[in-house]
Design a protein around this ligand. Structure first.
Ligand code: SF4
Length: 362
């Protein structure tokens, strides 16, 4: 079914490269996707696949020697109440340190990072830090900012919020620090929250609490969430649409149901096979979980053709190692970048060879 919610973010052919002495690392290499208002989009893939750099490019916080080399990131600002259309801002054209970008960053697009200790200042109280963010984006007095900070802390489930605002990060537990980060990110009610592995450093109980908190706040505030994770269990719980990344490219985009019940890309299939399932023999000692053979290629030496071909059991010699696969729409809601598929007038999937057809079938 076509999603009719208004567009919030359009990323088109984004390329973010790192220029190092050893060579050029194409961390994000031609990524295109959209996020709609209120939508939850998951981004999955192994470490180093370009998930976080895509997010950092949207926030314009890519550190040198990395930089956006081409492509477009269009942010659709909410329409004003006077009936005029909303403004569309080309983020890549803004000065990363200029006022317009600083107003978007933290105001309309916020980010929660994996490890709050690296993002929170150790020498300021968490209250001071959230008040600074509030006063940067809203014209309120210090007293009002403190009141708003306490309100946000109670919203994210902080115990004794009026006392916690005066604590330093090292005086809080890991879960409480992550709640403080979420409170700071949501203090200006952003349209888009980018959550980069927000629960990876937490134990499973705290992870479940934080995920529930994010779902509740999303329902209440109506924001979109871009959820970056390597955990497909979290993806299943949290997201509507999922993008699978490999070597800086999106190799499959699908609804969460299609991704789990009808995955197309061989890499996606292998990622799913690597998840332990309750009740399966793999949970015991009888069988091992499947792993993806080989390792992620060296970033300075991306293989020719399909970058996944050295690890792919479906590789077609002479095709996959020679020609980069194009993006194919296999349905209105699913795209894949793989030579096993072709776009067809009927939009049916046409495997290229009989051998491939046999491999594609479960
Ligand atoms: Fe495997 Fe070829 Fe598809 Fe790449 S294009 S994932 S090598 S079948």
């Amino acid at each position: 079914m076509t999603d009719t919610r208004p567009l919030l973010l359009e990323v088109e052919d984004l390329k973010t490269y790192f220029y190092l002495d050893e060579g050029v690392v194409r961390a994000v290499d031609g990524v295109s996707f959209t996020i709609r208002r209120g939508q939850t989009v998951g981004v999955v893939g192994e470490s180093g696949c370009g998930k976080s750099i895509t997010a950092r490019s949207i926030m314009q916080i890519v550190r040198p020697p990395g930089r956006i080399v081409s492509g477009s990131i269009r942010f659709h600002r909410a329409p004003p109440s006077n009936g005029n259309p909303g403004e569309v801002i080309e983020i890549t054209k803004l000065d990363p340190m200029g006022k317009p970008m600083r107003m978007i960053r933290g105001g309309e697009i916020s980010m929660v990072f994996q490890e709050p200790m690296t993002s929170l200042s150790p020498v300021h109280t968490v209250g001071d830090q959230i008040m600074e963010a509030i006063m940067l984006h809203q014209s309120v007095s210090k007293e009002e900012a403190r009141r708003l900070a306490i309100h946000m802390f109670s919203k994210v489930g902080m115990q004794q919020p009026a006392r916690t605002v005066d604590r330093y990060p090292h005086q809080l537990s890991g879960g409480m620090r992550q709640r403080a980060m979420i409170a700071m990110a949501l203090s200006c009610t952003p349209s888009l929250l980018i959550a980069d592995e927000p629960t990876t450093a937490l134990d499973v109980t705290t992870e479940a609490q934080i995920l529930q908190l994010m779902r509740d706040l999303q329902r209440e505030l109506g924001m979109a969430i871009m959820f970056i994770t390597h955990n497909l269990g979290v993806v299943a719980q949290m997201t509507e649409v999922v993008m699978v990344m490999y070597m800086g490219r999106i190799v499959e985009t699908a609804t969460v149901d299609d991704l789990f019940y009808a995955p197309k890309h061989p890499y996606t299939r292998l990622l799913l096979k690597a998840i332990p399932k309750l009740g399966s023999k793999a949970m015991g000692t009888a069988t091992r979980l499947e792993s993806i053979k080989g390792t992620v290629p060296h970033p300075y030496a991306i293989p020719r053709g399909c970058p996944f071909h050295p690890r792919c059991g479906d590789m077609i010699p002479g095709v996959c190692d020679a020609v980069e696969p194009p993006v194919v729409n296999v349905s209105d809601t699913q795209t894949v970048r793989c030579h096993l598929y072709q776009s067809a007038p009927s939009r049916d999937v046409i495997p290229l060879t009989p051998q491939s057809a046999a491999k594609v079938e479960h």
